[in-house]
Design a protein around this ligand. Structure first.
Ligand code: ADP
Ligand code: MG
Ligand code: MG
Length: 252
């Protein structure tokens, strides 16, 4: 059982000379096997939360704590965070020129486990994971994110999730730009990993659509850089009907 604990997290970004506070005291606890949907309007700081937990250098933590089973995540380098079991699917994944999907995955797996996976098992695991995500086997030879469609990027993220087996995953707008079929395949992938490994998920989304496929245990409304309200599934249904207006007015 793993716990990711975010306590009173405050984060600023530098814009030119000035520092702008984006996260203004975020509290959130995610245990193994739980799915927490973070929902909020554009610009509320959802991606900033994901980047800060991932250790992106542009985001300066000015206060609070992030603990993974009591270990200080903020003191860890980016690689150490992955080794500790954190997984972050970026909203805008970067291209890695000249590195094939297959090499990228094997290198990442080796870095996380501290040893290279046994080749015979690994080749089979990759094959099965790709079939599960209805990916053509030729995909493994393509360069990471080079010319990937929106759907291919998302499938590649979930492929990583299946193969790297993290403890806690932060998925930032995994639903954006997906048609219904791709959304279903990607969601099934997340659900499969949850079932097989007890993954804990922070599912960041602007829309409720993905929550029809990945059922959240908790829903948090994120407004103005903090959690404005938490609840169960029904909170997402209410947001679907009412939108974020009520929360935005309360946050001013
Ligand atoms: P969301 O993901 O909820 O749409 P973001 O975390 O992307 O929100 O952005 C929150 C706020 O922080 C926005 O006002 C955005 O302009 C600002 N921001 C985020 N990242 C940066 C950055 N790297 N540089 C400058 N401003 C940023
Ligand atoms: Mg946004
Ligand atoms: Mg965002």
């Amino acid at each position: 059982m793993t716990t990711l604990e975010i306590r009173d997290l405050r984060v600023s970004v530098a814009t030119g000379e000035t520092h702008k506070e984006i996260l203004r005291g975020v509290d959130l606890t995610i245990n193994s096997g739980e799915t927490h949907a973070i929902m909020g309007p554009n610009g509320s700081g959802k991606s900033t939360l994901a980047y800060a937990v991932a250790g992106h250098p542009k985001y300066e933590v000015t206060g609070g704590q992030v603990l993974l089973d009591g270990e200080d995540v903020l003191a860890m380098g980016v690689d150490q965070r992955a080794q500790a079991g954190l997984f972050l699917a970026m909203q805008y994944p970067v291209e890695v020129p000249g590195v094939s999907v297959s090499n990228f995955l094997r290198t990442a797996k080796t870095a996380i486990d501290g040893e290279a996976p046994k080749l015979r098992h690994w080749v089979k695991d990759v094959k099965v994971a790709m079939e599960n995500l209805r990916m053509d086997s030729s995909f493994a030879d393509r360069n990471v994110n080079e010319g990937f469609s929106g759907g291919e990027k998302k499938r590649h993220e979930i492929l990583q999730l299946e193969l790297l087996q993290p403890k806690i995953a932060i998925l930032d707008e995994t639903d954006s730009g997906l048609d219904v079929d791709a959304l279903r395949v990607v969601s099934e992938g997340v659900n499969r990993v949850k079932e097989n490994t007890g993954l804990g998920v922070m599912l960041i989304t602007h829309y409720t659509r993905i929550l029809r496929y990945i059922s959240p245990d908790y829903v948090h409304v994120f407004v103005g850089g903090r959690v404005a309200e938490s609840g169960g599934r029904d909170l997402a249904d209410r947001l679907e009907e009412e939108g974020y207006d009520r929360f935005l007015q309360a946050a001013v």
